[in-house]
Ligand binder design. Structure first.
Ligand code: SF4
Length: 332
């Protein structure tokens, strides 16, 4: 949908009409403007013609039914993947993409390997959420969390990501509380600085994955531009301004970044208030192998012993290639 066109159409309408349209779209979760009976027929027809809300998709459901991946086709024919994770405690998290492909080419990531096509418009991000909101409505459930951890680097598409969050946070619209959004970045310092200035209480996560620059640059070429010290300085400023916790994600790759020595080096970096580490078992994308669970356990113990706050993330959707670093929007 063209958001500018959408605003334009409502300029000539009485003020309350926009509220009615937002309610129909984001709360009643209509799939076609025709069903928004509260709006006059002529407006519905115009909306259908110029601001279509139909979503072209193909879904894949994991064997345990806890993960659903959707492949959405955008207006220009490009495809983007988005994933729903249904947690045992009734939370429903949607992992959204911010770009088609990714220019950063991290060595452990399948998205990086598909190259970069373009950044998504704000509406194309919102659409991913709407798709799963409609999906969940059928089983009387709701989205509780949105994470920007899908395809692409969110801070390379900063304006559209923030605009999408504001649309989804809008009380008149989707009305998801700011604290239920998380952005995961490789550490684009300008993005961290900008986010610190926003009056939005969203969560920030840094994809760290290595405790030193030498290894991190091998895994993530962007580290040459934004080395660890530079990122951590930006994070310290961010924490000072926002007083919010920051999560550091660490993918555990067998015999690459999971030694006891590396755990100790990581602990030295992470032993700060409001820092916490999330250990994630690597999802095989054909390049590396995941760490053994005994190794992850030991790694976690070392961090804990050093006084670092640490959690371990459950792995979702491996059988449908919906896990971290596996989104590639293959045409199927
Ligand atoms: S891990 Fe993230 S930043 Fe790195 S290539 Fe994949 S999508 Fe891009």
């Amino acid at each position: 949908m063209d958001l500018i066109q959408f605003q334009k159409l409502f300029k000539k309408e009485p003020k309350y009409r926009l509220g009615q349209a937002k309610k129909a779209l984001f709360q009643d979760l209509i799939q076609n403007w025709q069903t928004a009976k509260v709006l006059p027929l002529s407006l519905r027809e115009e909306l259908n013609k110029e601001c279509s809300i139909e979503i072209s998709e193909k879904t894949f459901i994991s064997k345990d039914k806890n993960t659903v991946k959707a492949l959405l086709t955008l207006e220009d024919g490009l495809k983007v993947e988005t994933v729903l994770m249904r947690h045992k405690d009734k939370r429903n998290t949607v992992c959204v993409s911010s770009q088609v492909g990714c220019p950063l080419d991290c060595s452990f990531c399948a998205t990086g390997k598909m190259g970069f096509k373009r950044s998504l418009e704000a509406w194309e991000i919102v659409e991913q959420v709407l798709f799963f909101a409609r999906y969940l409505k059928k089983i009387k459930e709701r989205i509780t969390n949105i994470v920007f951890m899908g395809m692409g680097e969110p801070f390379l598409n900063y304006q559209n990501v923030i605009e999408a969050i504001k649309i989804l946070n809008d009380k008149e619209g989707f009305n998801l509380g700011a604290r239920h959004f998380s952005i995961s970045t490789v550490g684009i310092v300008e993005g961290i600085e900008e986010l610190a200035k926003e009056k939005l209480q969203i969560n920030l996560a840094i994809s760290l994955h290595a405790p030193n620059d030498e290894l991190r640059s091998k895994l993530m070429p962007i580290n040459k531009k934004y080395p660890i010290k530079k990122i951590l300085n930006a994070i310290d400023d961010y924490i000072e301004k926002t007083r919010r916790r920051v999560m550091f994600e660490y993918i555990m790759i067998r015999d690459l970044n999971d030694s006891e020595e590396e755990a100790k080096t990581l602990a030295r970096l992470m032993k700060k208030p409001l820092y916490f580490v999330n250990l994630i078992s690597y999802n095989p994308t054909g390049i590396f192998k995941p760490s053994l669970s005994s190794r992850i356990k030991k790694f976690k113990e070392i961090l804990e012993k050093e006084g670092v706050a640490v959690t371990q993330r459950y792995r979702f959707g491996e059988d449908i290639e919906a896990a971290c670093g596996q989104l590639v929007a293959k045409p199927r």
